[in-house]
Write a protein that binds this ligand. Structure first.
Ligand code: NDP
Length: 250
């Protein structure tokens, strides 16, 4: 059991982020969640999970989130850039507002989070970026999201080199489809694959692509984050690790 460790999870209030928050708490972390909507956490998370209103598109919000954690516990050990969203759109329909919002949230949000974390993390600390299998390969009507996640993987590789000499590790986790509220809403939109029936789309995708005949769970992403944040991963940095039940073996 790890004790007195402090982690920050952007978007740790629901979906994959909540799975990460839960697994970190199970491993003894105090977790600071930054998001726009205040969640109702279970009683069991009292004094273990703390919330601060955060918009990841704003650099200042990441700094305030870290300062909140440091004021309470004196240090941070891990910063997880998880907040983000997907939305499918064909290239001819992408306008400046659409592109800016997806890049500002998914990519710029991770830049600001990493910049702030790099200032406060000490030797042995780490940054984890929740990227996607979409950061490894392109797909139709998905160029903006895919570009944001390829960018996140590039950020991960570069910061691993840049922050490695200070003893800070930087890794990314690349999940495939996990049926969160955010994904299901995105899959229902006009230009998404299987927009008629997202559940059927996920089921067919699973049958045709998954080596394990299932999709990962949010908590399994959390387990990988706990490992990457720990000393057991002390030689692992600059990696973008697929968590995809064998959809894209690499
Ligand atoms: P959800 O929509 O379920 O959750 C998204 C989270 O991000 C929420 O907590 C939301 O909180 C937060 N968020 C979104 N925008 C902002 C913002 N501007 N500022 C602060 N917080 C924000 O999505 P998922 O759990 O599915 O996705 C989480 C991450 O995992 C994303 O980066 C996504 O790209 C990635 N991913 C998801 C996959 C999937 O299949 N589900 C697969 C691969 C990667 P709030 O709205 O309260 O601000």
């Amino acid at each position: 059991m790890i004790t007195d460790k402090v982690a920050i999870v952007t978007g740790g209030n629901r979906g994959i982020g909540l799975g990460i928050t839960k697994r970190l708490v199970d491993s003894g972390y105090k977790v600071f969640v930054g998001a726009r909507q205040k969640p109702e956490f279970d009683k069991e998370y009292d004094n273990k999970v703390f919330f601060q209103h955060t918009d990841v598109r704003e650099e200042e919000d990441h700094i305030k989130l870290i300062e909140f954690a440091i004021k309470k516990f004196g240090n941070i050990d891990c910063y997880i850039n998880n907040a983000g969203y997907s939305e499918w759109m064909p290239i001819d329909k992408i306008d400046d507002e659409f592109l800016s919002n997806i890049l500002n949230t998914n990519l710029k949000g991770a830049f600001w989070g990493s910049k702030a974390a790099a200032k406060y993390l000490k030797k042995g600390g780490s940054i984890i970026n929740i990227s996607s299998l979409a950061g490894k390969r392109g797909s139709s009507n998905n160029s903006a999201y895919v570009a944001s996640k390829f960018g996140m993987n590039g950020l991960t590789q570069s910061l691993a080199k840049e922050l490695g000499p200070k003893g800070i590790r930087v890794n990314a986790v690349c999940p495939v489809l996990i049926a969160t509220k955010g994904l299901l809403e995105a899959l229902k939109t006009k230009h998404a694959p299987g927009n008629e029936n997202p559940e059927e789309f996920i089921s067919n995708f699973t049958k045709n692509n998954s080596a394990l005949n299932r999709m990962p769970k949010s908590e399994e992403v959390g387990d990988l984050c706990v490992f990457l944040a720990s000393n057991k991963a002390s030689a692992v940095t600059g990696q973008c690790i697929n968590i995809d039940c064998g959809v894209l073996p690499q």
